[in-house]
Design a binder for this molecule. Structure first.
Ligand SMILES: Nc1nc2c(ncn2[C@@H]2O[C@H](COP(=O)(O)OP(=O)(O)O)[C@@H](O)[C@H]2O)c(=O)[nH]1
Ligand SMILES: [Mg+2]
Length: 452
């Protein structure tokens, strides 16, 4: 399989010390380069069979050894990039790896750009765009569930759904275009009914896919859980208790936490970003006032707000005023310092951040709320923000087309409706990469690390 591409190389393993460092070379010249830099018993790498490996040495131009290494031989199209590929496994260490890479570059390979191997995998038809994006999701996954979802997407769960939808919508467009050849008078009044029903079903599937965004967002970006409440209710203590270590400064001096502090943890398969905030109170001034302004911003962007009150006192008018501004679906009222209170509290959850009492129920409630907002998708496809905006655009066109088709007046502009469906198809195509442009590929692949 001939490739239009040059030969690229990069260190594929993470920088720093490790057991091995992998230098990956992909492209038409990779075997010439391997023969030049790698010394091993006959035959040389270029003469070896695909899927084999050989032990030898990476050598300088003058034959001086650089490292003991294993060399893996992969031949197009049976490699990640679908090109001829060689991987050299040397000793893990930044200096050794960099020297091997330099040797390979001196032989005429070019330093790979971020994500360029995966980009080639896409351009050579091995992965579609949602699968390429899943590679990055998998690398970045911060919980088991996020990794499982990324793997499903890598295996094509999302592509299959988008492609099936694409084909159905293409069928609708085709039916419509077929009727364009007839004049209005020739078309029987109900000939378009099945087409209308099919388009309606496509819209339902578009909506179902769009509904998976929240799950996708929570798994990819993590759920932002903001701890808010009056000064001294124990917000910082709660953050420390949930994280399991002293992260935020706890003090009985109100107004101690002025900046927001973030910590990550995993709960119920969701990566969480836990945010401790400055307490909200009316009397604040100066730096503290700024802290409160940030808290309000954090609250607006939060997936969940843990609003703390003191169990003994209950919410006061100021708390009530604040709570009224928050979305109840996203808010859990937590009564803290239950150890100090004899009375049973009336809030969602009662805890003592000091003794740890009730934290189990709080964790369970958090997961329950996240699950409500993000039901585990049945077909193991949860979309990203990029997919969401394209699906939303496709839905807009499909919905407009449906309105147009349902208009039974003889003046309905079928050619315009057909064009709307073509636009919707184009948006779907941009999700999987049937349609793409350089800027789109740049934004997707520039987020990758070099060597992937
Ligand atoms: N008795 C008791 N004291 C607590 C509890 N949580 C926090 N505190 C105390 O309340 C004070 C303020 O806590 P802090 O976490 O700094 O409150 P923040 O201003 O809301 O961040 C500190 O003296 C904590 O030790 C609790 O559950 N029980
Ligand atoms: Mg604090």
């Amino acid at each position: 399989m001939a490739s239009d591409f040059d030969t690229i190389a990069a260190i594929a393993t993470a920088p720093g010390e490790g057991g091995v460092a992998i230098i990956r070379i992909s492209g038409p010249r990779c075997f010439d380069i391997a023969d030049a830099v790698f010394s091993c018993p006959e035959p040389p790498p270029s003469q070896r069979a695909a899927g084999t490996f050989v032990y030898g040495r990476v050598i300088e131009a003058d034959g001086v050894p650089l490292d003991d290494a294993l060399l893996l031989v992969m031949r197009a199209p049976r490699s990640y990039t679908r090109e001829d590929t060689v991987e050299i496994q040397g000793h893990g260490g930044p200096i050794v790896a960099r020297r091997i890479l330099q040797r390979v570059l001196d032989q005429g390979a070019r330093s790979a750009e971020p994500g360029e191997f995966t980009k080639r995998a896409f351009l050579n038809g091995r992965l579609d765009l949602t699968q390429a994006e899943a590679v990055l999701d998998l690398i970045r996954a911060r919980s088991d569930r996020a990794a499982a979802a990324a793997l499903d997407q890598l295996e094509g769960a999302l592509s299959r759904r988008i492609n099936a939808l694409y084909d159905r919508l293409l069928g609708v467009a085709g039916n419509l275009e077929a009727t364009l050849d007839f004049s209005e008078q020739e078309i029987p009044s109900n000939v378009l009914d099945p087409t209308i029903d099919e388009l309606d079903a496509c819209l339902a599937e578009l909506n179902a896919l769009l509904a998976t965004w929240n799950e996708g967002h929570l798994l990819r970006e993590g759920a932002t859980v903001v701890i808010a409440g009056k000064p001294n209710v124990g917000k910082s203590t709660l953050l420390n208790a949930l994280v399991g270590r002293e992260r935020a400064i706890v003090s009985d001096q109100p107004g101690t936490t002025r900046d927001t502090i973030e910590e990550t943890l995993v709960l119920g398969g969701y990566p969480l970003i836990l945010v401790d905030t400055a307490g909200i109170r009316e009397t604040a001034c100066g730096v503290e006032r700024e802290g409160i302004r940030r808290t309000e911003q954090e609250l607006a962007e939060a997936d969940i707000c843990l609003y703390l009150i003191e169990a003994e006192k209950g919410p006061d008018p100021e708390d009530r005023a604040l709570l009224a501004k928050l979305d109840p679906r996203k808010t859990i009222v937590v009564a803290n310092k239950s150890d100090k209170s004899a009375t049973v509290c009336s809030s969602d959850i009662c805890v003592s951040s000091l003794t740890g009492d009730g934290l189990g129920s709080l964790r369970a409630e958090l997961v329950r709320r996240l699950d409500t907002g993000a039901p585990h998708s049945t077909q193991h496809a949860s979309i990203s923000t990029r997919h969401k905006s394209l699906l939303a655009a496709a839905r807009e066109d499909a919905a407009a087309a449906l309105v147009g088709l349902r208009d039974s007046s003889s003046a309905r502009p079928l050619d315009l409706i057909a064009a709307q469906l073509r636009d919707a198809l184009e948006y779907l195509g941009l999700i999987t990469g049937r349609v793409y442009h350089d800027a789109l590929l740049d934004t997707i692949f520039s987020r990758f690390c070099i060597g992937k």
